[in-house]
Design a protein. Sequence first.
Length: 533
Amino acid sequence: MLMTFVMAVMMFAQSATTQKHEVQSGETLYSIARQYNITVASLLQINPGLDADHIMAGQSINVPAGAQRTVSTQPQTIQQQVLQQVRQQVQTQQGVDVPSTPNRPRYKTLHEVKKKETLYSISREYGVTVDQLVDANPDLKKNKLKKGAVLNIPYTTAENEQYQAEQQRAAEEAAKPKVTMYPTIKVAVILPFSKNEEKVSAESQKMINIYQGFLLAVDSLKQRGYNVEVFAYDEVSPATPVSTILQRSEMKDMQLIVGPIRQWNVKSVADFAHQNGITHVVPLSNELSLVNEHPTTFQVNSNSSLMYNQVYNRFSLIHKDHNIIFVSMNDRGDNMSYIVDFKKDLDSKGIKYSAGTVSDLATVRDALKMGTNNVIIPTSGSAAAFENLCKKIDGLELSSEYTVQFFGFPEWQTLAGKYDKQLGKYQCQFFTSFYSNSLSSRTQQFNGRFRRWFNQDQYNSFPKYGELGYDIGAYFIKGLHDYGSAFYENLHNYSYVSMEFPMMFEKKNSWSGYQNRSVMIVTHRTDGSVFVR
C-alpha cells in the first residue's frame, strides 16, 4: 500500500552550532543533506557514530545552525521520492555527460524492479545486453536483484553511436567560422578609363566595355532581387592615383574590387584587399606569380604554362585512340616548348604519335592512316601557318577513306569568317581559356542588349571585353551574395554558366590566391556549327 509523504518545515536552534532535524519516513541522509544544501560529509561530522545506511523515521539528527531548509509542498509517494533521490545521486556522484546541445545524462533512465523481473527481462525491455546492465549497476555484482531496487538503464549501442555522430557533427559545425552575409554587395571597379583622352583609344574602349558588361550583370542580378552598389574609379587619372583611391573612406567597406590593369598597381590593390578581407579580381594579367601571398585575389586570365597541362590531359582523353601527327611548320609562330612538352606528356601516358614537316609532304602522307581519325598538330598557331597547312593537305587529294582533323591554338578563333570553309572541312579543334560563340542565342541576346543599353557594339577584339565584364560581375557578385564570407569555402559547390570566360579557380598553395584553371576545347563541325566542351 502506497503511503503519501509531505515534507514539513522543522527549524529550531539546539545550540550555537547545530539544530535538530527529525527524520521523516522515506528520507535518507543524502536527501536530508540536499534539503539543507549541505554535504553528507558535514552531516556525518556533526553526528558522530551515525550509521549513514540505517537512519529511521522519527530519529533526531544534528544539522548545522543557520542552514536553511528547502520546503516542498508537493506530496510524493515513497517510491517517487526514492527515485528522485537516486537520480540526483547518480547525476552528482557519477557525473553527467554535458554536450553542447542537447544535455544528456550519463544514463538513459531509471527502472524500479518489479516482482518476478530478472536482469534478462529488463535488458530485453530496454534493448540492452545483460552485461551493459551490470556495467551500469556495479552493485548488482554483489547483491541479488530485489523488488523495489532502482537500476540505472544505459543507452543502447545504436543510441550511443547516433549520439557520438551528432556530437561529431556539432563539433564540426562549432569549429566552422561564423558566416557573414552581405545584404548589399559593394563593388569598386578600378580600370584605366582614360576619361581625359581627347580621342578614346582602343585600350580605353576595351576597359569601358568591361565596365559596361559588368553593369549589365549588375542589372540582371538586381532584377532577381540582389542589392548591389558600384563605385567606378579611373586608374590612370593624374588626380587620383591608385594610392589615393585606396585611401578613400568607402574602400574598406567593399566586398569586391575589380582591377586594376596596370601591373605596377595590381600589387598595391592586392595588398589592400588582403589586409581588409576584400575579394579582389584581376581581369587580364596572367603573370604566374600574381596571386602569391594574396589569398583574396582571383586571377581570371589563365597562365599559359598552367593551361598547357590542362590541354594535354583533355587532348589525351579525346584522342588517345587516334593517329596523332605533329607537323613542323617552320614558321615564326612556332611554339616549340609547348610541342616538346606535349610529346613528353603523350610519352608518359604511352600514347603513340608520329612526326612530319610541311616542307616535305611525303613525311606527312606516310604518317596518315585509313580507317581512323588522323589528328594533325601544327607547331604554329599563326594565320599564315594555318593557311599553308590547309593548302598542303588539300594538295594531297586524299580519298574519303582518310579522315583528317587539325588540333591548333587559341589564335585560331580569329580565323572565323575568312577561313570558315577550311575550319569546317578539317573539323578544326583548338584550346582556349575564353571563347565567344557568336552563333549561340545567349551571345546574340547579350549583344542585342549591349547595343540597346549603350548604343554601340562591343569593341571587335579577342576576347570580347563586354562579355568578360559580364562574366566577372555575374560570377563574383552572385557568389558573394549567396555564400557571404563562406564564398571561398564553397567554390567547389558553386557553378556558373559563363558567357565567354569559364571560371574554375584553384589555389596554388594554402597562402596564395586563386588562379583560373578552366580550359575549353572548341570544335568546328563540317555543317558550320561549333561545339564547345
